[in-house]
Design a protein around this ligand. Structure first.
Ligand SMILES: O=C(O)C1=C[C@@H](OP(=O)(O)O)[C@@H](O)[C@H](O)C1
Ligand SMILES: C=C(OP(=O)(O)O)C(=O)O
Length: 421
């Protein structure tokens, strides 16, 4: 496994960074295009490990996928009758939770497997839900198999989605295909990342699917066609967060072009967080610029809705003035790795002071020194290490290539941003 010397800077980082497409929107668009009533095109798609795994899975099931030879981000999707296949999920939550409901509509057995680390990610909730909707599933975690018969009954199902919003999104994305549609009712501790469920509902609505919210924890999808839509994918704002944060910690300024005026991506909330920590935020001509202050201030914030941003925010907090408390994120223990344990171990290894609470992290800034920052196969741990490395000399990151999960060009984009291409 290679060790990367994270670049360290002594002057403000000022740059414009253009981000590729959103992982969450890309993988939803692929699912909806595959189940649609006609061919469609996805433009500006993210090409990364997670989205390539989704394309491979759909191709294996029999869906026609054609990548534009002149532009790998333009992908034509041609729905077709689906058959049995083996699907590899890697470590992608969106693949392991969005494809099993699709597999119910294949004619044959669809086997699922993934990385060793993926086998411990929460999954049984959605597999039990599928059983409740009339689908035969063998197994409770990776590897497992869905016995597709080409159709499924559907109806109402009650689940505890407190471990992941993706259980709800996964069921809803395929719901219109079920004979009776699907109603998902959540009972339990609050559902995290609810903006991602809103993203699912928004895209279903764009595809002409009738969705309803009969209660705050109930989501309903009527049976019917999913219309073919040519999707234009927004830049990935969660990935943008790490770059904007580079401007924030160095007192520099980072501009992200094509920042959407309105979006369902929860990553957009990084702007409010950076503003609260002392940054100036300027939206101009479709771009967004964040200027860092002399010194960032600590923050107390509930990140339940935007858990994805935690590694970036934790890195910012470790470099700020004053204590920070990040709460509402117990579910991060089931992300790519146990992110609460990983962040506290790595920040403390550098001489920082980060403690795990029941549902988050308490971070007290301390002078930090260079050391090895471990990534735990987690793309956002690797980028958090890079961020701290800007301000802490001698920091190295192991397995920085794990950023390929959602941003294969991370290293070159980062070096270019600081002017060391
Ligand atoms: O639906 C999605 O695209 C996502 C939902 C969230 O998952 P959780 O609800 O498991 O946090 C988020 O963290 C993940 O990166 C992407
Ligand atoms: C939690 C994440 O990913 P996944 O889609 O694999 O759950 C993430 O990207 O931060």
């Amino acid at each position: 496994m290679s060790i990367w010397s994270a670049p360290n800077v002594t002057s403000p980082v000022v740059a414009t960074v253009d981000l590729p497409g959103s992982k969450s929107i890309t993988n939803r668009a692929f699912i909806l295009a595959a189940l649609a009533d006609g061919p469609s095109t996805v433009r500006g798609a993210l090409r990364s490990r997670d989205t390539n795994l989704m394309l491979n899975g759909l191709t294996g099931l029999g869906i026609g996928i054609r990548v534009d030879p002149a532009d790998a981000t333009t992908i034509a999707v041609d729905p077709a009758p689906m058959h049995g296949a083996d699907v590899y999920c890697g470590l992608a939550g969106t693949v392991m939770r969005f494809l099993p409901p699709v597999a119910a509509f294949a004619d044959g057995v669809v086997g699922f497997d993934g990385d060793e680390q993926a086998r411990t990610r929460p999954l049984s909730t959605i597999l039990d839900a599928l059983r409740g909707l009339g689908v035969v599933v063998d197994g409770d975690r990776l590897p497992f198999a869905v016995k597709g018969t080409g159709s499924a009954r559907g109806g109402e199902v009650t689940i505890d989605a407190s471990a992941s919003s993706q259980f709800v999104s996964g069921l809803l994305l395929s719901a219109a295909r079920f004979d009776d549609g699907v109603t998902v009712r959540h009972v339990g501790a609050p559902v995290p990342s609810t903006p991602h469920i809103d993203m699912t509902l928004d895209m279903l609505t764009t595809a002409g699917v009738a969705v309803g919210r009969p209660g705050s924890n109930v989501w309903q999808v009527a049976p019917g066609p999913i219309h073919a839509v040519d999707w234009d994918i927004e830049p990935d704002l969660s990935n943008a967060a790490a770059f904007l944060a580079a401007g924030a910690v160095t007192g520099g300024a980072i501009t992200v072009p094509r920042w959407p005026a309105a979006t369902t991506q929860p990553g957009a909330q990084i702007v409010d967080i950076l503003a609260e920590m002392g940054c100036a935020v300027e939206p101009t001509d479709g771009s967004l610029t964040v200027r860092g202050p002399e010194k960032l201030t600590g923050i107390s914030i509930d990140l339940r809705e935007i858990g994805e941003l935690t590694p970036t925010v934790a890195a910012l907090c470790a470099l700020a003035d004053g204590e920070s408390v990040l709460s509402g994120i117990a579910h991060l223990r089931g992300h790519e790795t146990d992110r609460l344990a990983a962040l506290s171990t790595e920040i403390n290894r550098l001489g920082g002071d980060c403690t795990e609470t029941e549902d988050g992290l308490r971070i007290v800034p301390r002078p930090m020194h260079g050391a090895l920052w471990r990534s735990y196969a987690d793309h956002r741990m690797a980028t958090a290490g890079a961020l701290i490395g800007l301000a802490v000399q001698g920091l190295t990151v192991d397995d920085v290539q794990t950023t390929a999960k959602t941003l294969p060009d991370f290293v070159s984009m980062w070096q270019k941003m600081i002017g060391h291409p």
